[in-house]
Every structure is written in C-alpha cells, then in structure tokens.
Design a protein around this ligand. Structure first.
Ligand SMILES: *[C@@H]1O[C@H](CO)[C@@H](O)[C@H](O)[C@H]1NC(C)=O
Ligand SMILES: *[C@@H]1O[C@H](CO)[C@@H](O)[C@H](O)[C@H]1NC(C)=O
Ligand SMILES: *[C@@H]1O[C@H](CO)[C@@H](O)[C@H](O)[C@H]1NC(C)=O
Ligand SMILES: *[C@@H]1O[C@H](CO)[C@@H](O)[C@H](O)[C@H]1NC(C)=O
Ligand SMILES: *[C@@H]1O[C@H](CO)[C@@H](O)[C@H](O)[C@H]1NC(C)=O
Ligand SMILES: *[C@@H]1O[C@H](CO)[C@@H](O)[C@H](O)[C@H]1NC(C)=O
Ligand SMILES: *[C@@H]1O[C@H](CO)[C@@H](O)[C@H](O)[C@H]1NC(C)=O
Length: 388
C-alpha cells in the first residue's frame, strides 16, 4: 500500500487523525448540494488540487481516471458504488467529465437524471502511477425533483406612477446545456433581457431583467415570471406571482351637488368630492369661484351648506395624497330666483328656468362623463378610407 492510500485509510477509519486539511492528498472543490430536475441533466462544477508531496507523481502520470463514488467511499468492500470511471466505458450511468483532468478540472455532466440518482457523491483520482486518492472530506449532494424549481423575484413591487421599474427574475439552471427559458406576464409591454449567470458555487442560473414604466391603471395588476425547463422532448414550468402596487396621485376627481336642482335660500345642499388614489386621499379642499378667483370654502370631503343668497355659483374640489393632487371639474350651485349664467333665454321665467338649468346640468354632466370614460379613441375614429 502506498502512502496515499494509507492516508486515505487512516482518514476513513481513525477519524480525527486527519484534522489538518493541508494533509489531504486530494482536495476537491464542488457545490455541497445541487437540486436537479428529473429527465434533465446536471452539471457538477468540480476542481481539485493535489497535495504538493504528491504533485510530482500526479504530473508524471500519463493516464488519469476521474472516478465518482455514489453513497459511500469504501469501494473495496462495495464495488457497486463506483458508478463512473472515466477510463471505462461500461459505466452504470451516463456521465461525462467535460473538464480537463490534467488541468485539475473535474467538472462532470450527468445525463438523463432519474430519481434514484438522489444521493451523495465522492470524487476520486486514479493514475497509472503511484498516485490515487479519494477526497473523503468533500461530497456533493444531488437531489432529484419531479417538480421544477420556482423562480425568485423581488418580494415587494411598489413603484410611483411614471417612474421606471426594473425587475429581475432568476431560476437555477442545473443543466446549462439546456437552460430554462424565463417568460414574463406584465401589465405593459417590455423586452426582457436574459442571461446565464454563474453563482458563487459555480453552478449556473438564468436571470431575466425587465424594465417598464407603470401608470396608475396598472395598480394591483399581476406580474408573473415563468421558468420553462426543457425535459426530454417536453417541458416543465414553474412560476412566481407578484402584485404590482402603483402609488399615484388622485385620479377621476369629481364634484357633485345634491340636490342638483336649484335650491331655495335657507335649504341644505351637500357638495361631495370623490376620487381614487393610492395611498388614499388625505386632504380634500373645496373652492368657490367668486369674482373669477377661487376661494377655499371647506377642507372636508363632504361640504354641507345652509344656502344663503351669496352661495350660488361655480364650485370645484381638490383631492390630495402624498404623491400629488387631483382637481375636479367645476359644478354649478343654482339658487332659485337668481340669475344664472346659463339661462339668459329664460330670464325671468322662474318655473321654466329651473327645468332648463336642470337639463343643461344633466347634459353637461353626462357629456363630461362620456368624455372622461372614453378618452381619445371614440373622438378620433376618423377612418381615412371613409373620408375619401
Ligand atoms: C505539476 O504541474 C502543475 C501544473 O499542472 C505545476 O504548477 C507544478 O509546479 C508541477 N509540479 C512539478 C513538481 O512539476
Ligand atoms: C478506474 O479505471 C482504471 C483503468 O481501468 C483503473 O486502473 C482504476 O482502478 C479504476 N478505478 C476504480 C476506483 O475502479
Ligand atoms: C472546467 O471545465 C468546464 C467545462 O469545460 C468549464 O466550463 C469551466 O470553466 C472549467 N473550470 C475552470 C475553473 O477552468
Ligand atoms: C438585476 O440584474 C442585473 C444583472 O444581473 C443587475 O445589474 C441589477 O442590479 C439587478 N437589478 C435588481 C433590481 O436587482
Ligand atoms: C338655515 O339657516 C337659517 C338661518 O340661520 C335657519 O333658520 C334654517 O333653519 C337653516 N336651515 C337648515 C336646513 O338648517
Ligand atoms: C346631506 O348630507 C347629510 C349627511 O351627510 C344628510 O343628512 C342630508 O340628507 C344630505 N342632504 C341632501 C340634500 O342630500
Ligand atoms: C393636508 O393638510 C394638512 C393640514 O392642512 C397639511 O399639513 C398637509 O400638508 C396636507 N397634505 C397634503 C398632501 O396636501
């Protein structure tokens, strides 16, 4: 027995003797654990060093065998654990050492992975010279799964309207020859940029980045990142879901008056301001336009007033949150018996005035509603063919 094999046996059977890792004849570097998808492949990043005392023996070798041991190290009593020997072609499993052993690169690919491959694996070097050793201190745990891994994405997606947001989605690529493809479901168009990245343990991951500018209409919309793994002739998918939270200034701010018919002096009128905003509206402000200038009259969402002769005229409201401000259209508070800016034709005919004002308010109100509900498209349906 050579010295190398003695060291190996001592390390194996009298634990604690070889506590100084600098005495290890073979020192391999590989990940502790790799999660693998069944029917796919796994690439095990692997490198090794030879203790200086033996580097001459190693350098003089003309033939180096890379050996993988499954589940244990003692192949002398259990030869079936030698599941791969790069010098032999009758391996139990489909393996290939794609690294150059002479460059001390033992990177190995394990094809067509089955669930039974879940185990710990040790690496061993055999030469045609006196050097041979198993690294008993390093093992890689291979765990085979039928269900593909779930990609990872930023936990919370909260962004202010109109600002650029960048999202990364990443997922492991244990078989870099057939990496997963990442696809996005986004509320708005964006072109993802995908790349294969190396992790700190030399395993690979696919990372996809998208950038887009959300509007308030995208608030509470879903963002999905899907990993599509090629498996044999088919594929398997895993996905992650996030909700997009868009912070936006008050939108669709509107003012309404109840009752909407002309009221008599001394009766009660409610002015109500409504709006949607995220975060919710913190401040409402009511203004009355007097002599062409707005004057603040209330800082409540509902402004109730006991009508006096001076109260008739145009009102509007503002809604504010931390992000910004929304302003409503102007609404008219009509008072019975008062001159109304919209009723010159029926001046003096009190009974009819109120009816016509009501109709005009309704027309104005619904006209505005239509406009605000159908922006642009409906008004701009000019068909160039029809015009000819
Ligand atoms: C053995 O080869 C390595 C490079 O592979 C070199 O760094 C080292 O010096 C060599 N050792 C001897 C004794 O030639
Ligand atoms: C691997 O194969 C080589 C060449 O046949 C042989 O010398 C060596 O002993 C084998 N290693 C193991 C652990 O079976
Ligand atoms: C080992 O070999 C693999 C496959 O050729 C290669 O991708 C990797 O970069 C090599 N590692 C080192 C440390 O050179
Ligand atoms: C997304 O990934 C790219 C490239 O890997 C990196 O430069 C960027 O900082 C990452 N962005 C975020 C938001 O994590
Ligand atoms: C409005 O104010 C007048 C005078 O202050 C009062 O007489 C009347 O009852 C009030 N009307 C309502 C509905 O509160
Ligand atoms: C105005 O609002 C108050 C409570 O907010 C309600 O009691 C009253 O009936 C409302 N008046 C009208 C005319 O809508
Ligand atoms: C809301 O009103 C309070 C008190 O008037 C003021 O301090 C605050 O700045 C206002 N907030 C916004 C967002 O306008």
């Amino acid at each position: 027995m050579t010295y190398t094999e003695n060291v190996f046996c001592i390390g194996l059977f009298i634990s604690g003797v070889l506590t100084d890792s600098s005495e290890r004849p073979l020192i391999t570097t590989m990940p502790n654990k790799i999660n693998v998808l069944s029917d796919s492949c796994v690439q095990i990043p692997c490198a090794f060093e030879i203790l200086n005392t033996f580097s001459n023996d190693f350098n003089k070798s003309t033939n180096i065998s890379g050996v993988w041991l499954k589940g244990g190290m003692n192949f002398a009593t259990n030869p079936s654990i030698v599941i791969f020997n790069s010098s032999k072609t009758d391996s139990k499993f489909q393996w290939q050492i794609i690294g150059d052993l002479f460059q001390k690169n033992c990177t190995t690919v394990f094809y067509n992975v089955k669930n039974s491959y879940t185990d710990k694996y040790f690496f061993r070097i055999d030469t045609n010279g006196p050097f041979y050793a198993t690294d008993i201190y390093m093992q890689v745990q291979i765990v085979v799964h039928d269900v593909p891994p779930i990609p990872t994405m930023t936990d919370s997606v909260e962004v202010k309207e109109g600002t650029l947001v960048s999202l990364n989605c990443s997922v492991v690529a244990p078989c870099p020859e057939h990496p997963p493809k990442l696809t996005w479901t986004l509320p708005t168009k964006s072109t993802p940029e995908e790349q294969l990245q190396e992790n700190s343990d030399q395993t690979k991951s696919v990372v996809s980045m998208v950038t887009f500018t959300p509007s308030y209409l995208h608030n509470e919309k879903n963002i999905i990142c899907t990993a599509v793994y090629p498996v044999g002739t088919s594929y398997k998918t895993g996905e992650i879901n996030r909700t997009l939270h868009v912070l936006f200034s008050p939108k669709d701010t509107s003012a309404s008056i109840s009752p909407s018919v002309p009221v008599s002096v001394g009766s009660c009128v409610n002015l109500t301001c409504s709006s949607t905003a995220n975060p919710p509206v913190t401040n409402y402000t009511w203004f009355r336009i007097s002599e062409g200038k707005p004057t603040q009259v209330s800082s409540r969402q509902n402004y109730t007033l006991n009508v006096t002769v001076e109260d008739g005229g145009l009102y509007y409201c503002e809604a504010a949150n931390d992000v910004g401000l929304g302003k409503s259209q102007e609404v008219l508070l009509p008072i019975k018996g008062q001159d109304q800016p919209v009723s010159p034709l029926v001046y003096g005919i009190v009974g009819r005035t109120s009816i016509i004002i009501l109709i005009m308010i309704l027309i104005a109100f619904f006209g505005w509603k239509r406009k605000s509900r159908f922006p642009d498209q409906l008004e701009r349906t000019d068909n160039p063919l029809e015009q000819e």
